[in-house]
Design a protein around this ligand. Structure first.
Ligand code: G1P
Length: 307
């Protein structure tokens, strides 16, 4: 079973990040010197996936520009002998194939994934990565799921335990069988249940490996609760109709960068893990306790070389 394609739904309006997202895509929010979407693409490449189907809308041009050559900039950098500043992103562009599909109306995550139907083969398994969810771990989140999908020859979704009072912000799974401490077979799924109706505290966290059968389920349920077709409902439909669905407790730190606070935490968290920034950030954080430190902020020293 080869898994080489990823669907990246990037057509969200980013209402939790307004007014920033009024004219700029939230997927272009930076984490250190890379836009969030580049972290997602790098996670895929490290997982052996290099064929991307990005679901976008008319205000997401910046994504296409980012994954394209900028000859004018390259020429200027060449004159300054600074070409290496773009070498990382150029490698990514060379290694990847991007297809952009427009979602004309904001009809939900399930509808966005359905837009990719014609780019996925009939019996193919593919990844889905929600760019709001950044997962940091030595072994990329998607790669963790791919290993399980190949082992079980079935769809797998990433879950993490969340506090009971937070379940209503997520899709939540109901367990049929626990196979290992981290692996579960799923009996059903429910999108954003109330705390009292939640079947568990295992919440879906933005990474999926799905069978192309998901498209049949999306088309068959076809109901748009509150104007949206939910991916969770379609996975539930698959599970209820004889398809095996597994959930894997994905390893790593997960940040929800769809909100300002989540994004700030992600920047601090990723900076602390990065040797080029960690020292200065630690120093800065410790200085925050001493108010006079604000008089001199040595932030200019932070390197801008591509990491
Ligand atoms: C989406 C999914 C939800 C999942 C969440 C993870 O919800 O519908 O099942 O738990 O992402 O981030 P959203 O956050 O887009 O409302």
């Amino acid at each position: 079973m080869d898994i080489i394609k990823a669907v990246i739904p990037a057509a969200g309006l980013g209402t939790r990040f307004l007014p920033y997202t009024k004219s700029l895509p939230k997927e272009m929010l930076p984490l250190l010197n890379k836009p969030a979407i580049q972290h997602i693409v790098e996670e895929c490449l490290k997982s052996g996936v290099n064929n991307f189907i990005m679901i976008t809308n008319k205000s997401k041009y910046a994504l296409e520009e980012h994954f394209d050559y900028n000859l004018e900039l390259e020429l200027i950098l060449k004159e300054k002998d600074q070409e290496k500043l773009l070498s990382g992103i150029k490698k990514i562009i060379k290694a990847s194939r991007f297809t952009y599909v427009r979602q004309y109306e904001p009809l939900g995550l399930g509808h966005a994934v359905l837009m990719a139907k014609h780019s996925i083969g009939e019996k193919e398994y593919f990844g889905v990565l929600l760019p709001d969810d950044i997962i940091i771990h030595e072994q990329p989140g998607l790669d963790q799921l791919i290993k399980i999908a190949k082992q079980e020859k079935a769809s797998v979704i990433a879950v993490q335990e969340v506090p009971a009072e937070c379940v209503s912000a997520y899709g939540v799974i109901s367990i049929k069988k626990q196979l290992t401490p981290k692996l579960f077979q799923v009996s059903s799924l429910v999108e954003k249940p109330s705390q009292k109706d939640a079947p568990s505290n295992l919440a879906i966290v933005g990474r999926y490996v799905l069978s192309s059968k998901i498209f049949n389920s999306l088309e068959e349920i076809g109901t748009y609760a509150q104007g949206e077709l939910q991916l969770t409902d379609a996975i539930n439909h698959m599970a209820q109709n004889g398809e095996k669905v597994f959930a894997y407790k994905v390893q790593g730190t997960r940040y929800d960068i769809g909100t300002p606070i989540g994004w700030i935490k992600a920047i601090i968290g990723t900076a602390l893990q990065n040797p080029s920034y960690a020292g200065q950030i630690r120093e800065f954080l410790s200085e925050l306790d001493t108010p006079q430190s604000f008089m001199f902020n040595n932030s200019k020293n932070i390197s801008n070389k591509e990491l």
